[in-house]
Design a protein around this ligand. Sequence first.
Ligand code: FES
Length: 102
Amino acid sequence: MEKPKHHIFVCASFRANGEPQGVCHKKGSIQYLQYLQEGLSDRGMNDVVMSMTGCLKVCDCGPAMVVYPENYWYGKIESEEAIDEILDALNEGKPAEKYLIG
Ligand code: FES
């Protein structure tokens, strides 16, 4: 099995009962998933996988996502431009400083 080089976890605010009710979901994190997937594809980043997660406990900074294994924590991802900047930076092997939190 080929393991991914990077794994992006996008907060979808899922609670234990499966209901997405948290801050990131309310601020539209789900609506960027398709754009994120297309962005990976457009850049030929086939070694990156993406998953939706439950609350990452950084709600004040939402919408939030984390990139592993780099441990880049991103917040305030509220536009397609933010996604582009984050993917471009990842593709270049560095963090998108502007959106880092923590
Ligand atoms: S709901 Fe996304 S960090 Fe809490």
